[in-house]
Design a protein. Structure first.
Length: 131
């Protein structure tokens, strides 16, 4: 499906959850290193768990709880989270538009990691939720 959201490098260390606030299907997850579970909440910040997954340990170990992860199998491509006014650091792209760092690659205006190859995060998004 086109339009699946991918969270990339700039979220690392920012993780303000603004994208969580606009996702209608609670498919943006946080990793809890204490319980080793990926979870999303019914409403952002209310602590009531809507969905949870056991992460692939090797994949989640790369960045742990420093950024959020979209479950691409649950994302409906609604586009809400990657509208320009949502992520303060421009970290979210639709899968087809994740920039690869080559000359001419197009970055979000607010992306604090402009120029980097973000395509790693496409596979990471899948690997984190893989059995
Ligand atoms: S809005 Fe951007 S920085 Fe904030 S949690 Fe989502 S991807 Fe990360
Ligand atoms: S595109 Fe829509 S459904 Fe997918 S993660 Fe973003 S807000 Fe959620």
């Amino acid at each position: 499906m086109s339009g699946i959201a991918i969270i990339t490098e700039a979220c690392i260390g920012t993780k303000d959850r603004a994208c969580v606030d606009v996702c209608p299907v609670q498919c943006i997850y946080e990793f809890d290193p204490v319980t080793s579970v990926l979870f999303s909440e019914v409403e952002a910040g209310n602590g009531v768990i809507e969905n949870s997954h056991a992460p692939n340990p090797d994949a989640v170990a790369i960045f742990g709880d420093t950024l959020l992860y979209v479950n691409v199998d649950e994302c409906t491509s609604c586009t809400a989270c990657y509208q320009p006014d949502i992520c303060p650091v421009g970290a979210i792209y639709s899968e087809e538009k994740v920039p690869d760092g080559t000359p001419g690659a197009s970055y979000n205006a607010e992306d604090t990691s402009k120029g980097h190859d973000h395509t790693f995060f496409i596979q990471l998004s899948r690997d984190v939720f893989a059995d």
